[in-house]
Design a protein around this ligand. Structure first.
Ligand SMILES: NC(=O)c1ccc[n+]([C@@H]2O[C@H](COP(=O)([O-])OP(=O)(O)OC[C@H]3O[C@@H](n4cnc5c(N)ncnc54)[C@H](O)[C@@H]3O)[C@@H](O)[C@H]2O)c1
Length: 460
């Protein structure tokens, strides 16, 4: 199922004979083993040899090695160097701090720093609200992680989580002009995390929690929301929920169904699934049936934690029991945030007519989207190489832009739903179709629309 992509892009520097067929031989060798060439540059030309850089996309690190081997096997060809373009992009990190004020002379220094800055400090000491007017707090968000659930890779710890947090900070800046900074904490103790965030909070206008494992993430977020006077938002929960609710609104427009008539199966009741269920319930579906690794969540299940007990109490109208395949029978919508390859076309065939399937487990979805399409009317995944990518980038930059602009102290479900509607509304009737239920992440209209909706909801 994987296809060559820029995530596994390499540049191979090779020395080849200067024959007329050299370029053709090299590109054919790459093509034969399934590599996709994106650039071919002659770096040096001599009477006895040429040196070229072949840049190509691969499917995996192993596939990249196969491509290099195929090039090396050509007669008279020598591979000088292989560069992994993704590693090159990360050399020295992806973000930096730049000064917004000029520091050209003594005059500038005296105002930006001492002695002038002292008067700013005194003003804030007298009126703490001035921090939002006179410091970076106005536009700055902490991206906080303990590294316990990094992407789909598991508990990699704080240092290994940093490239993700840097990327997140870069996205905040690019899409919404928000200055975000990674805070990777060297602890996975709930109390220590809460205390650490509490201690750094004065600098920030908002806290974005990231890649913190369930169920710890629920308590950390709830306790920080109680303690802090700035919004606390766990993106893996609420960013996902916003995007799913937005996508579902448009998918139901495509199939001509009302939320109030829909039975929705949500598979995965971790960070993402729990938040999706809670936000979906605000939209009044006919029923939500939650499924996790132990089967359908029902009120007779034993030993449930607080999160699962809440889900059991608030979903599954008929207290159905069984496995995922049982839940799917007659369902209008499947939303998966769980694990790869859980069902196939045969189970989609048992769903209601005009079925909607969101298979969001990353990198491999709950069902192969091509198989899902055999019976479903609308299919979405978390992947960029299929239509309808459900990607949190649609939500979090605009959400924080709106929160910062409103100088919000909290975040509410009304704001999350306003963000979801703003995303859904950027796909107008002319563009809406089964393969286009969410806007592109590069649609410049999305973040401002989300920001505006969140700001209005925060000021309501
Ligand atoms: N925008 C997106 O596309 C997006 C957003 C968030 C999460 N995700 C994906 O969703 C998945 C879950 O993320 P999370 O942070 O909620 O993880 P999590 O670990 O907090 O929760 C995982 C849940 O899946 C359930 N589960 C695991 N194996 C299962 C199985 N075989 N059958 C049924 N349920 C099973 C677990 O019981 C648990 O409830 C990941 O693959 C993640 O990449 C995608």
């Amino acid at each position: 199922m994987p296809v060559p992509g820029p995530g596994y892009s390499i540049t191979v520097r090779v020395e080849a004979p200067p024959s007329a067929s050299a370029a053709g031989d090299l590109t054919s060798a790459v093509g034969r083993v399934g590599g996709v060439i994106t650039a071919f540059d002659v770096v040096e030309s001599h009477s006895d040899r040429v040196v070229v850089d072949i840049t190509c996309n691969a499917m995996s690190a192993n596939h990249a090695r196969d491509i290099t081997d195929a090039i090396e096997a050509l007669p008279g060809v020598a591979v000088r160097k292989v560069s992994d373009r993704t590693f090159l992009m990360h050399l020295g990190g992806k973000i930096e701090v730049t000064a917004k004020v000029a520091l050209r002379n003594r005059d500038d220094l005296s105002r930006a720093y001492t002695p002038g800055v002292a008067r700013i400090c005194q003003a804030i000491a007298e009126n703490p609200d001035d921090a939002r007017r006179l410091t970076i707090k106005r536009n700055t968000v902490a991206v906080v992680t303990d590294g316990s659930a990094v992407l789909g890779l598991g508990n990699l710890g704080p240092a290994a989580a940093l490239p993700v947090m840097e990327g997140k900070a870069a996205l905040f800046k690019k899409f919404a002009g928000v200055d975000a900074w990674p805070v990777c904490l060297d602890t996975q103790d709930t109390e220590e995390i809460i205390r650490a965030v509490e201690l750094i909070a004065p600098v920030y206008g908002g806290i974005n929690l990231e890649d913190i494992a369930a169920p710890r993430c629920f308590e950390i977020e709830a306790r920080l929301r109680e303690k802090l006077d700035i919004p606390v938002f766990h993106d893996d929960q609420h960013g996902t929920a916003i995007c799913v609710v937005a996508a579902l609104r448009n998918a139901l427009r495509v199939v001509g169904k009302d939320m109030a008539d829909c039975k929705i199966v949500v598979c995965g009741v971790g960070a993402a699934g729990s938040a999706i269920i809670r936000l979906l319930l605000q939209r009044g579906p006919a029923d939500v049936v939650a499924v996790d690794i132990d089967g359908i969540v029902n009120r007779d299940r034993r030993n449930m934690d607080a999160n699962l007990a809440w889900v059991a109490q608030n979903t599954n109208r008929d207290n159905q029991t069984g496995r995922l395949h049982d839940a799917l029978v007659g369902a209008d919508v499947f939303i998966g945030v769980s694990a790869p390859n859980l069902f196939g076309a045969a189970q989609v065939a048992t769903m209601a007519k005009g079925a909607v399937v969101f298979a969001l487990a990353n990198p491999d979805p709950e069902i192969d989207p091509v198989e899902a399409h055999q019976h479903a009317a609308v299919v979405a995944t978390g992947r960029s190489d299929y239509p309808n990518q459900i990607n949190n980038v649609l939500a979090f930059p605009g959400v924080f832009r709106g929160l910062l602009d409103a100088q919000a102290k909290t975040i509410t479900d009304a704001m999350l739903l306003a963000a979801a509607d703003a995303i859904a509304d950027t796909v107008d009737g002319d563009r809406l179709n089964p393969s286009f239920i969410v806007p592109s992440v590069f649609d410049a209209a999305v973040a401002p629309a989300v920001a505006d909706a969140v700001r209005k909801a925060a000021q309501a």
